[in-house]
Design a protein around this ligand. Structure first.
Ligand code: ZN
Length: 231
């Protein structure tokens, strides 16, 4: 898949189904994150209808069904309404920053979370890869439950969604840190800001390298470390 002019296309060049939702804010989204959800709906038709009708007051950029069908409901630079009151690492009201992906899954039913389908997970990964390629400003794939305020307000996409696998497959290969107190920096050099201090043996996803520095993702945070401390 690929993104052109904020629209998503299949590998054969056809556009995914596009149904514009009226539920958008004015302004242009400052794309930083992908925010994943489940739709808590019993079928995909009603979910997409809901997300594209004015009365619902909600929307998302994309919807993915259990059999992997993708519908786009707004251009990716439009501000859709899916995050609600939310906060993550100093960013608030994440609708302004996040591409929202609703996915067909009922969530908790009679005390048990519904399973996800493999084809749906693979489509989510494929879509996220296309988005990360099109928008290098995307630094993290987050779950609604991780950002909703107050914490605990939302439980999607929930414990059965393979968030670590999605992050790993989208962002790259895994490596481990070989020293304690390793500085994760905002750029490839010791003059850049320290974002986080990593302990020895931390698993990280290596995204790319630049000279003696590696760009990596760890726990949803993206930054740089010196290559010599990775194996
Ligand atoms: Zn949600």
């Amino acid at each position: 898949m690929q993104v052109k002019n904020n629209r998503l296309y299949n590998n054969d060049g056809t556009s995914v189904e596009f149904r514009q939702s009226p539920n958008i804010s004015s302004g242009i989204k400052d794309i930083r994150f992908i925010l994943l959800h489940f739709d808590a709906a019993s079928n995909s038709t009603s979910a997409v209808n809901w997300l594209t009708q004015k009365a619902s007051g909600v929307s998302a950029d994309l919807h993915i069904t259990r059999d992997g069908k993708v519908t786009q409901m707004a251009k990716f630079n439009q501000i859709t309404w899916h995050a609600g009151k939310s906060e993550w690492k100093g960013f608030t009201n994440l609708n302004r920053y996040a591409i929202g992906i609703e996915q067909e899954n009922m969530g908790m039913v009679k005390g048990v979370y519904q399973d996800w389908t493999e084809v749906q997970i693979q489509k989510c990964i494929e879509v996220c890869k296309a988005l990360v390629k099109a928008y290098p400003s995307i630094t993290a794939i987050l779950g609604h439950e991780e950002v909703a305020m107050p914490r605990g307000r939302k439980d999607d996409p929930g414990p059965k969604f393979p968030m670590e696998r999605v992050r790993r497959e989208v962002f790259g290969i895994i490596s481990k840190t070989t020293t304690s107190d390793l500085n994760l920096r905002s750029g490839p050099g010791t003059n850049y800001l320290v974002l986080k201090v990593l302990s020895r043996g931390t698993s990280v996803n290596v995204l790319s390298t630049n000279g003696n520095w590696s760009n990596l993702e760890v726990g949803g945070l993206k930054g740089w470390v010196s290559n010599q401390y990775l194996k």
